[in-house]
Write a protein that binds this ligand. Structure first.
Ligand SMILES: *Cc1c(COP(=O)(O)O)cnc(C)c1O
Length: 371
């Protein structure tokens, strides 16, 4: 096979002249901060998701931090988190002086396992933070039940799951609040950005105050706040992106399913099973090498690199091994979560973004068949 020098990128934002025109309009208007575009974006996002309130902020990390702060997580509280996710999930807990308590994942969906969360709940547990990893969904029926029984709020991390559904309902409306990210590689982007969603008017109000210097009115600072506002420029991009999100997702899913159909009978390939009650939106198209096979994930990475095919390879260790935790005086040296330890580093994400051509998808398949 001919080695093509053109890299097939693992992710690429879908930006057209429509976004460019939207940005131009805002720039020329002279109105850049917290105006009509942000308000319209919040209303449209809440409508699209099917929740009452959305509060736009300048990153997914800020959305998580503010959501936890708004539901009242404080110093020395505990928040249950998964060990396999982007570390921002854990940082949002650390910012508040609370303690991240790691519970193991379910090997099938790679998300936080409700049965493992149950084991680590204490009197100090103030929130449970499931992450809908790679575009899958955590088991929200069990989490909802757990939350009701123990009276502990759920905050969903939906940064990788815009449009993912569990039992026919979009994730982001199951808990007390949820956080989405609009970072450049996510299902939709505003460059940098994020949004908090909730059905609780009090939580929404607190989030609005916290993101804007703790202000009530113009000059009264009623609580600790930050500057986490989304700009009008970013919101204008977001409005265009949101209008085509369902179409982009459909393409992302179609591409991922095409790859999966053509790869599932390769002897070395392990693909996570799809579930009938989950609409997976494939932030990643995950694949791993059967541990019984003589070749390894490093061999696969070298092979893809040789043929110019991009991939993702992250979360190589369970997050409780990250050095920052020890530096902050948190000791997880005795913690071993077997499913997380087993899965960490073993999965890569294949290119599956909406703008891949059939030719590029076929090339990915051909290269993987040669492995
Ligand atoms: C991207 C991401 C975040 C953080 O979002 P930013 O917008 O980059 O701050 C949080 N959690 C998960 C799971 C993510 O993938």
């Amino acid at each position: 096979m001919q080695i093509d020098s053109k890299l097939i990128k693992v992710a690429a934002p879908d930006i057209t002249e429509v976004e460019v025109d939207a940005v131009r309009e805002v720039l020329l208007s002279g109105n850049y901060v917290s105006g009509p575009k942000v308000e319209e974006f919040e209303t449209r996002f809440a409508d699209w998701l099917g929740v009452d309130h959305a509060v736009a902020v300048n990153s997914g990390t800020a959305a998580l931090h503010i959501a936890l702060e708004a539901i009242g997580v404080k110093k020395n509280d505990e928040v249950v988190v998964p060990p396999i996710t982007f570390f921002a999930t854990v940082f949002s807990v650390l910012y508040l002086g609370a303690r991240p308590v790691f519970a193991d994942i379910d090997s099938a969906d790679m998300c936080l396992a409700p049965s493992e969360v149950r084991k680590v709940i204490t009197r100090r547990t103030k929130a449970i933070l499931p992450v809908h990893l790679f575009g899958a969904s955590a088991k929200m029926d069990e989490f909802t039940e757990l939350s009701r029984k123990h009276k502990i709020p759920i905050v969903e991390d939906c940064a990788q799951a815009h449009g993912t559904e569990f039992d026919g309902a979009k994730v982001g409306g199951f808990g007390a609040a949820a956080a989405f990210s609009f970072f450049a590689t996510k299902h939709m982007t505003t460059g940098e950005g994020g949004i908090i969603t909730t059905n609780d008017p009090h939580i929404a109000e607190q989030c609005r105050t916290i993101r804007n210097h703790g202000l009530s009115g113009r000059d009264e600072h009623v609580r600790l706040g930050f500057n986490n506002r989304l700009t009008e420029i970013a919101a204008a991009i977001g409005l265009v992106q949101l209008a085509k999100l369902d179409r982009l997702n459909a393409k992302r899913i179609e591409n991922s399913e095409y790859l999966r159909q053509n790869l599932h009978d390769l002897a070395w390939a392990v693909l996570p099973a799809s579930k009938s009650n989950v609409k997976h939106t494939y932030f990643w198209c995950p694949i791993s090498v059967d541990p019984a096979h003589r070749k390894t994930i490093d061999d696969l990475k070298a092979h893809l690199t040789k043929y110019g095919i991009g991939f993702r390879h992250r979360y190589k260790e369970p997050l409780y091994k990250q050095p920052v935790l020890k530096k902050m005086g948190l000791d997880y040296s005795k913690l071993r979560l077997p499913n997380a330890e087993q899965m960490a580093g073993r999965i890569i994400g294949l290119p599956n973004h909406p703008n891949l051509s059939r030719h590029e998808l076929d090339k990915i398949i051909e290269v993987l068949k040669m492995f």
